[in-house]
Design a protein around this ligand. Structure first.
Ligand code: NAG
Ligand code: NAG
Ligand code: NAG
Length: 263
């Protein structure tokens, strides 16, 4: 349960809260979905979910129609067991549709996200430490600015993440064993031109810019067992694979452009 990836996390959080909101109207009815939480926390979540910003920038009803596929652990497991053959037929279209919906909605303002994070910290203090789903929702909201951008980058008409997945899953297997993970090994020996794309630069830059000096983000990553050591390994693998140009970009062009979406 801990080693869940960030996109799955966002999906589960949206699906759960979205399900609660689209199918029920009262605060009490959130309980079966989120689990029992104190009334103050219920009220906090309800206020956020029904506030003016939230439903505009995270349009649950529109996002939900394909989430059943995406959050079914059997399907995720099936894809992960053989990503090269299963990504295209099973996941690509639902994920692209999900992204189209998310990215055609306005981006939540950073201020709005900050307020939601603060409200949950205060209103749900006692529940946060013991309710895992609530933690997921909190993490997804806190990481939203980065996740949303990483999901929404496009190269022409193709979502960057899809371009990357398509490329990676089409790579030939590595002739030698490096890490023992077939996918990582085939990336390691792949032609850098295939991997060090503009798209991946944008995604990587957004990620590292967002977590730079962001204590909350780092804390969340640590709770997902992604510690500083792993982050540094990722950074140096990227630098080795993609070279100084990619790395320079990483460290000097890091101004994270936060939303201009205001109310
Ligand atoms: C994705 O969206 C397209 C166009 O809106 C639609 O035709 C298609 O059925 C959708 N696919 C899935 C799996 O929902
Ligand atoms: C996903 O990416 C591949 C490779 O760029 C592209 O051919 C395909 O059309 C994309 N799929 C969708 C649904 O946009
Ligand atoms: C960031 O947003 C500002 C203000 O909307 C815009 O003028 C600027 O070009 C953006 N910067 C980048 C790097 O996208």
């Amino acid at each position: 349960m801990k080693k869940i990836n960030i996109v799955t996390l966002l999906l589960i959080a949206s699906a759960s809260l979205g399900f609660a909101l689209s199918s029920q109207k009262t605060i009490q009815e959130l309980n079966p979905v989120i689990g029992s939480i104190v009334p103050q926390c219920q009220k906090t979540l309800f206020d956020i979910a029904t506030g003016p910003e939230f439903l505009k920038c995270i349009p649950f009803q529109r996002l939900l129609s394909h989430v059943a596929v995406l959050t079914d652990p059997k399907i995720i497991g099936k894809v992960l067991s053989d990503p090269n053959n299963n990504y295209k037929p099973i996941l690509e279209e639902p994920l692209v549709n999900f992204s189209e919906r998310l990215c055609s909605s306005p981006r939540c303002s950073d201020k709005g996200i900050e307020n939601m994070v603060e409200a949950i910290k205060v209103g749900c203090e006692s529940d946060l430490s013991r309710n895992q789903l609530l933690q997921f929702i909190f993490d997804a909201i806190a990481l939203y600015p980065a996740i949303r951008d990483m999901i929404c980058y496009k190269n022409e008409k193709v979502f960057c993440w899809n371009e990357t997945m398509t490329t990676v899953f089409d790579l030939p297997p590595s002739p030698i064993t490096i890490t023992g993970n077939p996918l990582i090994d085939s990336i390691a020996v792949a032609d850098p031109n295939k991997i060090c794309t503009r798209c991946n630069k944008d995604i990587v830059t957004t990620f590292f810019t967002f977590i730079n000096n962001n204590d909350l983000a780092l804390q969340i990553l640590r709770s997902l067992e992604i510690n500083d050591d792993i982050l540094n390994k990722i950074k140096s693998s990227i630098a080795i694979k993609c070279g100084i140009e990619f790395e320079e970009f990483l460290f000097f062009q890091m101004e994270f452009n936060v939303s201009n979406f205001n109310y």
